[in-house]
Design a protein. Structure first.
Lengths: 117, 768
């Protein structure tokens, strides 16, 4: 029994580490901009690195027909964009100070972050 | 010259936003390219496009598979050029808002039908299995025959999981890779655990105690079916939340009749260019914003302003896209097209506001961010508790409780609670001609305790008229008016306009003035035909040493009649007193009463003298007013009320009230018809009536109430549901919740939230 208990507690530790403590890899914005694909319940890439104090454009391509994926929001910046299905759409972001800016769908089920450095 | 509505927005090589408007001969188009495999295709495609006559630049973005073309070239030619180069292309942003809406509706319908098909497939297996378990009894594995039968059922369930539930598993894996978890994660883990455990029982029954050899295939199939059904119903209900925007988009005309080179052409509205002459016949919608050049008509603007009376339009008057031409034929010049029309801006603003969150939703957002992993941890803890302390068969109880916890938890209900209500509330307000900037304004408007109203143009019509001219001996009325109007012709003050207008009505010719000087808050002075003219209030006269004693009584009498008396002096001698009155809007009294009835302290501000202010305030039923307030002091009055712990709303015309509007907790700009100053305030009232204020406050209160109901329901559901699913009631009731019940509860919790938000659609602003 103690083996099961240890396995259970290890599983909890794994959940905490994987979802909260792990720092995911960031994809940097290149000269061509960046395409964020909205598909299968998430954003790819979900962690985007952008330069500080420079306005940037991100292009979103929604391939997911689920209504949850319809809107992307930057709550901290008061920016939102409705994403049409299967059509790239551009979101213009203002020059931002260094920091992390979360973006997500209306229900926060699709989540990503902009890491401004 | 570039008239494209997209031209000013696009920077860099990336494609423009999808809701931008371009046309099939527009100056800025984006094509989606298909069939490109390598970066070397870029040059080939760009070259092919550059060869099309009219194309100035063609820049391909390989990362996005899009190409942006500038220049005047037909879309069909561009597509053909790309095809000839060996690839496929289709236009990306060449559609109107209504086309985008149609496309969205079609996509939603297709997704709804897909979800319903998936539901039927899952329930077709799950329901008979459930009936079997209810009629025959426990679905246990004890004999070899049972093992074979359940293996077949297990494989059929796997097929259901793939056909009807694939999106949950793929979605959860995708999120997992991104180190995030969502509703898909919970469904996938819950149904996956039930299925895996059942398959272990089928393949290796000896690995589990005899009493625990139970299969849960029916739970897996039914949960997938019910959640698909819930998603389908939610999609339907969501469609209704954006009806207001649909209605606004539906106001747009599809085509316009333009006059180019003397020829009349019917073209799509996206092709109308700035300064085009457009003809509109009776019964037709105005296609773009413009200014009347020929003709006279009545235009119904109620769809934008909520104002029921048609507005007379003739040469020089402004027209707004989406309004309806009732009686005459007009020719007008297009002054704003595409995304620049007032209607397009209103739609854009409403859409943005619908997506913004009021502060009340922040707690739910904070919880949502941690919700799913916490539920996963609770599921593990619940299983461990059952394994350690539960009765036999402990492993079966552990599996059921963990599965049920995972399935019943509904992060969606929590996440949907605020945005769905905001969608409906903001849309409802827009229907009443009230444009709410964002969620914060919506929430604060519901808490307003004091409302400051600027007198001129807010309580009154803002178009004063000369009512009395009392002259001093030696001066005639026309002579005084002619001189005063000459002096005031350089000023843009509403009172000055009234005097100039009155002189025009009497056909008086105005003289040229020199050395014009406006004395802020006091009056004006200038030289005309060799005479020094001075026009203004008592303070100005006294400062210049002009005796007004003789007229003091007259001025007081005029002011007591809600008129504004002004003194006019010629060469240092008082010549006349001219009174101007600004009529009170006919529904101001009722609207103010409505605000007061809702417990709001109504305060009036004006630059006018105290007596006039008092007379107007008394007429409209306001007991608290501030007179002779300079424009710069308006913000101080807002601050004063805020110091008294009031949540202050400030209503003004949005032009000289900007600092006060900005300082107020909620700034209301009162519009004049469709010519709205959208950028200037938290809330813009499209029509001039003060009822818009009461409507805005009522709709925000109703929306906040709805959000609270939704949040309360979603919190209670999860806070109560998760522990019950884990088995806290087992010691009392002796039974665990069935995972199927959890699936049904979860599926319908988010439908309930959306349906409750939709109740707001029935909201009606009270009296008018």
């Amino acid at each position: 029994m103690w083996l099961i208990n240890i396995a259970g507690l290890a599983l909890i530790a794994l959940i905490v580490w994987w979802f909260w403590l792990y720092k995911p890899q960031e994809v940097a914005l290149n000269e061509q901009g960046l395409l964020v694909v909205v598909e299968n319940g998430g954003y790819t890439p979900a962690n985007i690195q952008v330069p500080a104090n420079t306005p940037v454009n991100l292009t979103f391509l929604r391939k997911d027909a689920s209504p949850c994926s319809e809107v992307v929001l930057w709550p901290g910046l008061d920016i939102s964009q409705t994403l049409p299905l299967n059509k790239p759409i551009q979101v213009a972001l203002p020059a931002l100070k260094a920091g992390d800016y979360a973006f997500h769908c209306q229900m926060q089920m699709y989540r990503g972050a902009l890491h401004v450095k | 010259m570039n008239h494209s509505p997209t031209a000013s927005r696009n920077h860099g090589p990336l494609p423009p936003t999808g809701n931008q408007v371009s046309s099939n001969t527009a100056t800025d188009q984006t094509l989606i390219i298909e069939g490109t495999g390598c970066a070397s295709c870029v040059g080939k495609i760009e070259k092919a496009l550059m060869a099309v006559p009219g194309v100035q630049t063609a820049e391909m973005n390989f990362a996005n598979r899009t190409v942006q073309v500038q220049g005047r070239a037909a879309t069909e030619l561009l597509v053909k050029a790309v095809e000839q180069a060996g690839y496929n292309a289709r236009p990306m942003a060449g559609e109107s808002l209504s086309d985008a809406l149609d496309e969205k509706e079609q996509a939603d319908l297709a997704y709804y039908q897909k979800l319903m098909r998936q539901t039927w497939v899952a329930l077709a297996l799950g329901v008979p299995l459930m009936i079997y378990s209810l009629v025959v009894g426990e679905m246990t594995v004890t004999t070899t025959v049972e093992r074979i039968v359940w293996l077949v059922v297990g494989l059929l369930t796997l097929a259901v999981m793939i056909v009807s539930g694939r999106h949950f598993y793929v979605g959860s894996w995708q999120s997992f890779k991104n180190h995030s978890a969502n509703m898909d994660t919970l469904i996938a883990l819950g149904t996956g655990t039930a299925w895996l455990y059942s398959m272990v029982v089928v393949f290796a029954p000896d690995a589990v105690p005899l009493m625990a050899r139970h299969v849960y295939f029916e739970a897996t199939a039914i949960i997938i079916g019910l959640i698909d059904l819930g998603l389908a119903l939610e999609l339907k209900a969501r469609g209704r939340t954006s009806e207001a925007v649909k209605r606004l988009i539906g106001l747009q005309a599809k085509t316009a009749r333009v006059i180019r080179d003397g020829e009349e052409l019917d073209i799509a509205i996206e092709q109308v260019l700035l300064n085009d002459l457009v003809r509109v016949r009776p019964g037709e919608k105005i296609p773009v914003d413009g200014e009347v050049r020929e003709g006279h008509t009545a235009v119904d603007e109620s769809m934008l302003t909520g104002e029921p009376m048609p507005v007379e339009k003739s040469t020089g008057d402004k027209l707004a896209a989406g309004t309806l031409n009732k009686t005459g034929t007009l020719v007008f010049k297009a002054t704003r097209v595409g995304k620049d029309t007032a209607l397009a801006q209103i739609i854009d603003m409403v859409k943005r506001a619908q997506n913004s969150k009021p502060p009340i939703g922040r707690l739910a957002d904070a919880i949502s961010a941690y919700f799913v992993p916490v539920v996963m941890i609770i599921a593990v803890l619940s299983a461990l508790t059952w394994l350690n302390f539960g009765p036999e068969p402990a492993i079966a109880f552990a599996i059921v409780s963990a599965t049920t916890v995972l399935i019943i938890a509904c992060p969606c209900a929590l996440g949907l609670a605020t945005p769905m209500s905001v969608m409906v509330g903001v849309g409802k307000a827009a229907e009443a001609g009230v444009l709410i900037r964002n969620g914060e304004a919506l929430q604060t408007a519901s808490k307003i305790s004091a409302m400051i109203l600027d007198k001129t143009g807010t309580i009154t019509l803002g178009s004063p008229k000369v009512t009395d001219i009392v002259t001093q001996t030696g001066f005639k009325q026309d002579q005084v008016l002619q001189l005063a109007a000459s002096l005031e012709s350089g000023s843009e003050h509403p009172l000055a306009l009234a005097i100039v207008e009155s002189a025009k009505e009497r056909n008086l010719t105005l003289d040229k003035v020199e050395s014009f000087n406006a004395i802020a808050g006091q009056g004006v002075e200038a030289l005309a035909v060799g005479q020094a003219l001075l026009f203004g209030n008592e303070k100005l006269m006294r400062e210049r040493g002009i005796d007004v004693g003789e007229f003091i009584e007259t001025a007081q009498h005029l002011a007591s009649e809600a008129k504004t008396p002004m003194y006019f002096a010629v060469d240092g001698r008082l010549a006349a007193i001219i009174a101007v009155a600004d009529p009170i809007k006919e529904d101001s009294i009722a609207a103010i009463k409505r605000l007061q009835k809702n417990g709001i302290r109504v305060v009036m501000l004006t630059g006018d003298n105290r007596a006039t202010a008092k007379a107007v305030a008394e007429k409209v039923g306001i007991s608290e007013f501030f007179a002779e307030v300079q424009p710069a002091d308006k913000a101080n009055k807002v601050a004063e009320l805020q110091m008294q712990n009031e949540i202050v709303g400030m209503t003004g015309d949005g032009i000289n009230d900007a600092p006060a509007l900005a300082l107020a907790n909620v700034g209301f700009a009162i519009g004049t018809g469709t010519d709205v100053a959208i950028e200037s305030a938290d809330i813009t009232l499209m029509r001039g009536s003060l009822h818009g204020l009461a409507d805005a406050i009522a709709v925000s209160k109703a929306t906040l109430r709805n959000i609270k109901q939704n949040l309360f329901g979603a919190f209670i559901y999860n806070v109560a549901g998760v522990p019950v699913a884990a088995g806290v009631l087992f010691p009392v009731l002796g039974v665990l919740m069935n995972p199927v019940i959890a699936g049904a509860a979860m599926a319908f919790s988010s439908v309930t939230v959306v349906t409750n938000a939709n109740r707001l659609r029935l909201f009606k602003a009270q009296e008018h």
